[in-house]
Design a protein around this ligand. Structure first.
Ligand SMILES: Nc1ncnc2c1ncn2[C@@H]1O[C@H](COP(=O)(O)OP(=O)(O)OP(=O)(O)O)[C@@H](O)[C@H]1O
Ligand SMILES: [Mg+2]
Length: 243
């Protein structure tokens, strides 16, 4: 079992859309038993996967150990893909991790939940908080969506420096350019300075995900966005199987 977090300190960079599309590729493209665990109280990934009505106010209690994970996990209707949905109780997650004060708490939970799965994808809230620290220290790969702009790239450097400064082990960060419009000079400059980073184009299909409540692979499988996510997922699988 491997855990892939989709994380960025910055908000609105495409984390939730990426998490859903990568989870779809894991489940459908790679036939892996996959769980998407939504850790963001906004619940965007849960909404897209139509799971936001299933549970109310128990997501934090599950992390605290007061509710069994299998009580909250539900199938999505997509083969091999289950959802551990978010709700607003997760707004108290930072305080909970702070109170528990065990750096491996999330790691232990993931191990327990992971008995039923090959891949767990985490959709993370923005910020550099107690929750982010737990995530960054307890997963196998961190996918970091970056909109080509100096501010986004700076957020990535800050997280990298934060992790390196502690001297402790952490998962590798995999930056991915998102919402790329190659006609814009600032995007072209970004891509030129990091030519090896994967690219997800600005795409109306990704925008439609929130209206249709489906991953792009389900309704526009041959479009540029679906192909980009599929390519990124294949790269992640390659790294995980090499480990
Ligand atoms: N490749 C893309 N092309 C066009 N629109 C996109 C793309 N990726 C994301 N978006 C849009 O950008 C907005 C933010 O995306 P998303 O919710 O995935 O970001 P986020 O990083 O999870 O945000 P938050 O920090 O609030 O959780 C959404 O409206 C989404 O539809
Ligand atoms: Mg999000």
């Amino acid at each position: 079992m491997s855990v892939i977090a989709v994380y960025s300190m910055k908000g609105g960079v495409g984390k939730s859309c990426s998490a859903v599309n990568l989870a779809w590729n894991s489940a459908v493209g790679s036939s892996r038993r996959t769980l998407l665990w939504d850790l963001d109280p906004q619940g965007a990934a849960s909404y897209i996967l139509r799971g936001d009505q299933v549970i109310k106010d128990r997501a934090r209690a599950m992390v605290a150990g007061n509710v069994k994970p299998d009580k909250l996990i539900s199938p999505t209707g997509i083969e091999n893909l289950d959802l551990l949905a978010a709700d607003v109780s997760l707004r108290g997650l930072d305080r909970l991790f702070f109170q528990i004060s065990k750096k491996r708490h999330l790691g232990k939970l993931l191990k327990q939940i992971g008995k039923e799965y090959d891949r767990i994808i985490l959709d993370c809230p923005p910020g550099l908080t107690e929750t982010s620290e737990q995530i960054l220290r307890n997963v196998d790969i961190v996918v970091v969506p970056v909109i080509p702009s100096p501010l986004s790239e700076r957020a990535l450097t800050d997280v990298q420096m934060f992790l390196d400064s502690s001297g402790k082990k952490h998962a590798p960060l995999l930056p991915v350019y998102t919402m790329v419009d190659r006609r814009r000079s600032i995007h072209k400059q970004g891509l030129a300075s990091n030519p090896k980073w994967p690219v997800i184009p600005m795409s109306s299909a990704v925008e439609h995900m929130t209206k249709l409540q489906e991953p792009v692979g389900s309704f526009a499988p041959h479009g540029p966005a679906a192909r980009a996510y599929a390519r990124i997922w294949r790269g992640i699988e390659k790294r995980l199987t090499k480990k």
